[in-house]
Design a protein around this ligand. Sequence first.
Ligand code: 5GP
Ligand code: ZN
Length: 136
Amino acid sequence: MSDCIFCKIAAGDIPSATIYEDDEFRVILDLGPATKGHALILPKQHYKDITELPEDLAGKAMILAKKIVTCMMEAIPCDGYNIVQNNGEPAGQTVFHFHMHLIPRYVGDHAGVTWKPGTLSEEVKKEILEKAACLK
Ligand code: 5GP
Ligand code: ZN
């Protein structure tokens, strides 16, 4: 994708603060970090979101997330980690090249990776359990 900023960063055409790289992924520091150490896992190939991402890469991305979180928790001590992955504009996606956010959390950081809990009604529960039959 010639007009995709993350394609250019992943390919090394635009410089980035890279903390890890292999044949399939580049992991960079976010330019607008939620907290100190906020990093992004980018596949080098362009996929707009999780629906386009091939299963094998999805698996590798999660294994990589585990590796990086485990290492960075030691290197830059924090109190927790959020792994966030946005798909679609209403979900907060602003760059339409699949990526995973790795966000270190610190007690009292007020980073606000959260939501207001609703209530699961019987009607909605029934509907979703029926429609989730597509998973079987
Ligand atoms: P999204 O909102 O799509 O889930 O996340 C996009 C993220 O990419 C944001 O956290 C934003 O700060 C980060 N970002 C956008 N452009 C750049 C860039 O050119 N370089 C880096 N390192 N991060 C970027
Ligand atoms: Zn791209």
